[in-house]
Ligand binder design. Structure first.
Ligand SMILES: [Zn+2]
Length: 260
């Protein structure tokens, strides 16, 4: 059911196994690697961290609401300074989305709570905000200076450029499927900028694993749709695209020789 909504989704278990194998061929191990994440505040987003923590230890958290890398340039700089000497970093990032047991996208069952509520709540609230502007005539509010809720105000600001894309998906009833992909595009752009700005702090290598995290109910596994798996050298140049090896789509290789 998850894969019918999100083609290419693989279980967290498969994701971790394949990622760890691919990175070990680059020299990554449990001792020389720092795990960094940019995932939502939601406790459901911790599962993916936990699955990688078992291999690489505690993670440096770059993320905030909806998964945006709110720790920014300063957070990335601090994180890269914590990479072991002559060691590596794996950064896992992206938005998350719930899929309920009945197949509803954008909602999920939570342990101890009867109400099957929105997931990601921050993203859905931002989506409603954009919808009220594109369809309801509400005007854009710049409340970024309101420090009691500045992350959510930023999420709403950052999703604004995707108003048309989300409205188009609405026509087919797929707004909640499109929403995490729209968020991913914004987050990927931001994180790429942050990495570029901090690339001199990269030690031996940096792997960026980006995608959409899919949370299901308490008794079923979580999934991940990998959208980017780049390996960068100490200068921040992408020297290997590991995504085909991760997703298994390189079985028909040699048809095109990719060079980075
Ligand atoms: Zn969330």
């Amino acid at each position: 059911m998850v894969q019918s909504h999100f083609p290419g989704a693989i279980s967290n278990k498969d994701l971790v196994t394949k990622t760890v194998n691919l990175l070990s061929s680059k020299g990554y191990d449990g001792q020389n690697t720092l795990l960094a994440t940019s995932l939502c505040c939601d406790e459901l987003a911790r599962q993916l961290e936990d699955d990688f923590n078992g291999i690489y230890g505690n993670n440096f958290n770059l993320g905030g609401l909806a998964g945006f890398p709110f720790a920014g340039n300063t957070g990335f700089g601090a994180m890269s300074a914590h990479i072991p000497d002559d060691g590596y970093c794996l950064t896992v990032y992206g938005p998350h989305v719930g899929v309920a047991a009945d197949g509803t996208v954008g909602k999920v069952e939570r342990s101890g709570i009867d109400l099957i509520d929105t997931c990601c709540g921050s993203a859905v609230a931002a989506s409603n905000y954009v919808d009220s502007i594109t369809n309801g005539g509400r005007s854009v509010t710049m409340q970024i200076q309101t420090f009691t809720d500045f992350q959510q105000n930023a999420v709403q600001e950052l999703i604004l450029p995707h108003g048309k894309r989300l409205a188009d998906a609405d026509i087919d009833g797929k707004r909640m499927v499109e929403l995490p992909y729209a968020l991913y595009d914004s987050q990927n752009m931001l994180l790429s900028e942050i990495v570029k700005g901090g690339s001199t702090g990269i030690k031996r290598g940096l792997a960026l694993l980006g995608g959409v995290q899919i949370n299901t109910g308490p008794d079923t596994p979580d999934y991940f749709v990998p959208l980017r798996f780049d390996y960068m050298n100490y200068r921040g140049d992408v020297i290997d695209d590991l995504l085909p090896a991760l997703t298994g789509s390189d079985s028909d290789d040699d048809s095109d020789d990719d060079e980075e």
